[in-house]
Design a protein around this ligand. Structure first.
Ligand code: C2O
Ligand code: CU
Ligand code: CU
Length: 503
């Protein structure tokens, strides 16, 4: 089946962003409770990389269903159908989408540490894709990276024992050169990992009630409802930026909650946009980074998240009743989600003083140092260590169980004092790292970089020092990936491969 998925538009042709549609709807007074009637299509041009302001939050936030699997022969099976569909993001407009067990995004996968699981992915798309467990510590052949291709009409299973601490991970396609488009179309979802520690904490943990998944993305809509994805050199270089925010696939979302502690699990699932999140007007207490709790909760003003990074934040709404609060993005100034505190607290929860124990950092054990330079060397030439991704080449061979320092640098373009360039980030599969320093300084490590992580942001000219250890799954044949998680950069080849080998 061939059908148009995106509206590819030429410069000068009129494209109407959803934000522009809203603005016109509000002026025309046709804003409804569930959506708005687009009218007067074709007029107006919205810059497709500036987020439009939304002040009227009229759609209840969609909470993805939780999927807890089914025990079959001692293995917990999770069944997924990767499918095509349509979603009415804007009333009256059907957007062609991809989704998992639905028409956009997919369920939240709930995994328990120590369990034997099988994630069974049936590809019912008209094209091949892959499904990667981002942040999952699993064997290379179960990683769902560029090599575990799921042809149309076939099924692929990721089978492994859950072997890591409680955290918030996610899943998304990882098809060579196609990741940006497949994620943009709607493939992705969250993975919550529980362990005994997390289950015993008095933290908020009622899914969708006081423990909320927030998958944050930006999109632009054409006047016929399709996503605009203009894949030109500008998009490759700067990454895709939409003008409309979606949270769990909901445009202009609100969430009704109890006057209680509220735990937000924030995932930046955007192709390229970097956010600076905060719930305005209350104290934000950070409890987790990508792959673990922090040892202790820490108060933060806001949290900067580059694509694929996650945090968990707890806000105290116990003395906030009959009020509206907002999750905001201080980077763009946009409101992201309206939080309506209009229910009485049903349970008591708390943030324990000690959340977890992290391994003590001991740099004397470091056996090897590696350097990774992320660099733009001409239009569309996005390289790591001067190389473009080649799925047939293994760039680094790592000895299992050894501590290593990975020094990652975002090399600026141009010469002299002028630091030009673009933000990148660095994601490593399989294992998790600790951020030791930014630009050589321990003090520049940000609060949300103090737990285990798998993705770290790199401003122009910045350098981060990571303490890395790959502690299992020896396989000299099948590589894992590391890459910039700005999806257009990844697709352009800013990616490399490593194997974990026997000492
Ligand atoms: Cu989130 Cu290599 O991926
Ligand atoms: Cu990953
Ligand atoms: Cu990049």
């Amino acid at each position: 089946m061939t059908r148009r998925k995106f509206l590819y538009y030429a410069a000068g042709l009129s494209a109407v962003g959803a934000t522009a549609l809203y603005a016109r709807g509000m002026m025309g007074g046709v804003m409804g409770e569930r959506g708005m009637e687009p009218s007067g299509m074709g007029a107006g041009m919205m810059g497709s990389n500036t987020l439009g302001a939304v002040n009227n939050f009229f759609n209840p936030l969609h909470i993805p269903p939780e999927i807890k699997g089914e025990l079959r022969g001692g293995v917990r099976h999770y069944d997924f159908d990767i499918q095509e569909g349509y979603r009415e993001f804007i009333r009256g407009l059907n957007t062609p989408t991809y989704g998992i067990n639905g028409n956009y995004l997919g369920p939240t996968i709930r995994l328990k540490q120590g369990e034997e699981v099988s994630l069974n992915w049936q590809n019912n798309l008209g094209e091949a894709t892959t499904m990667h467990g981002h942040g999952m510590h699993v064997p290379a052949i179960m990683d769902g990276g560029v090599h575990q291709i799921i042809e149309p009409g076939t099924k692929w299973s990721a089978r492994y024992k859950v072997n890591q601490k409680a955290c918030t991970n996610w899943y998304h396609p990882h098809m060579m050169g196609k990741t940006a488009e497949h994620v943009l179309m709607g493939l992705g979802g969250m993975i919550f990992i529980d362990d005994d520690e997390s289950l015993n904490h008095p933290l908020p943990k009622r899914y969708g009630v006081d423990d909320i998944p927030l998958v944050i993305q930006d999109r632009s809509f054409a006047s016929d409802g399709s996503f605009i994805y203009n894949k030109n050199m500008m998009t490759v270089m700067h990454g895709y930026h939409g003008d409309t925010l979606l949270v769990n696939g909901t445009v202009a979302p609100y969430l009704e909650v109890e006057a209680n502690l509220l735990r937000l699990r924030l995932l930046n699932a955007s192709n390229a946009r970097v956010y600076n999140f905060a719930v305005a007007g209350v104290k934000n207490r950070l409890i987790a980074s990508d792959n673990s709790f922090l040892e202790r909760a820490e108060s933060v003003g806001s949290v900067v998240l580059s694509p694929a990074e996650r945090v968990e934040v707890v806000v105290d709404l116990r003395r906030v009743f009959a009020k509206k609060l907002y999750l905001v993005d201080r980077e763009s100034g946009a409101k992201v989600l309206e939080i309506r505190v209009n229910k009485r607290a049903q349970v008591r929860s708390a943030i324990p003083s000690k959340l977890t124990t992290l391994e003590t950092i001991n740099l004397r054990k470091v056996a090897k140092k590696r350097r990774f330079v992320l660099e733009t060397r001409g239009p569309g030439r996005l390289l790591i260590n001067r190389k473009r991704m080649d799925p047939k080449r293994v760039d680094e061979r790592i000895k299992v169980g050894e501590y290593e320092i990975w020094e990652v640098k975002n090399a600026p373009m141009g010469m002299g004092m002028m630091k030009m360039g673009m933000t990148h980030n660095f994601h490593m599969h399989a294992g998790h790292f600790r951020v030791i320093a930014r630009d050589g300084s321990k003090r520049k490590v940000l609060p949300w970089e103090r737990g285990y992580k798998d993705t770290v942001r790199l401003g122009v000219g910045e350098r981060v020092t990571l303490l890395v250890k790959h502690s299992g799954y020896i396989d000299s044949q099948n590589p894992y990936m590391y890459h910039c998680h700005i999806l257009e950069h990844e697709d352009a080849g800013m990616m490399g491969q490593f194997t974990v080998e026997d000492g």
